[in-house]
Design a protein. Structure first.
Length: 94
């Protein structure tokens, strides 16, 4: 079942360069949970780190069986690797 997230401009979400380019405050982002093994390079995913309440939406650059590296489309640097358990799912609709 998909989850819907309302973009409010909170820290960690609207601050992302991917989101700034594609989503405005008040928009809704639909995230469909997925098996980590099905995530592919180039997918746009939502990352929900266990230590944070922030939701991050970025594109997958690299992955292995334990970690995923993402990057905002308008950023030069990639994000630090996150455990696959921190993936909320694949972004299906904005």
């Amino acid at each position: 079942m998909s989850r819907r997230y309302l973009v409010t401009g909170g820290a960690g979400f609207i601050g992302s360069n991917f989101v700034r380019a594609r989503v405005a405050a008040g928009d809704e982002v639909v995230v469909r949970p997925c098996d980590a093994d099905s995530v592919r390079i180039g997918d746009v995913v939502a990352v929900c780190p266990a230590k944070s309440k922030a939701l991050k939406v970025h594109r997958v650059l690299w992955r292995d069986s334990r970690r995923v590296v993402t990057k905002g489309d308008n950023r030069e640097d990639s994000d630090p690797p996150v455990p696959v358990e921190d993936l909320c799912g694949r972004v299906r609709q904005v």
